[in-house]
Design a binder for this molecule. Structure first.
Ligand SMILES: [Cu+2]
Length: 138
């Protein structure tokens, strides 16, 4: 728990998101709530309470993205994606230039306020089934 709190503080420095919103791991490696293998989020589903922050960490050798499906987030919830894009379309287009990538050792964090189910994916590994969910419930 202590380690997670430390990461959450790091993440809060870039709560608004954005391309520069990533923290390179400290000595001892990178940690957070959701890790990444070559083609999967681990765990694929995470359940949190409203107001909680989720930290993704890329502990794999590949570049990934955390990109919400625009049609699969709760009504009233803000869109989210690594790189800070405000739509799924913008995130997909940016990826063509390798923008929005979470590279090895980087983290991405987001705070979830609106209850419901958020489904997201990794742009380069979507076809490989790299999809995850954040469930926000009281
Ligand atoms: Cu990926």
């Amino acid at each position: 728990m202590h380690r997670r709190r430390m990461l959450a503080m790091l993440g809060s420095a870039c709560a608004a998101g954005g391309a520069g919103c990533a923290a390179v791991g400290m000595s001892g490696g990178v940690d957070g709530d959701v890790g990444m293998t070559a083609t999967a989020f681990e765990p694929a589903t995470i359940t949190v309470a409203p107001g909680d922050e989720v930290v993704w960490y890329n502990n794999s050798a590949r570049a990934h993205s955390v990109t919400a499906y625009a049609e699969q987030i709760p009504d009233g919830a803000d869109y989210f994606a690594t790189g800070g894009y405000d739509s799924e379309r913008a995130a997909r287009e940016a990826w063509d230039g390798m923008n929005g990538a979470l590279t090895t050792g980087q983290t991405y964090s987001r705070r979830f306020e609106v209850p419901g189910r958020y489904t997201y994916f990794c742009i380069p590994h979507e076809r490989a089934g790299m999809v995850g969910q954040v469930v926000v419930e009281e």
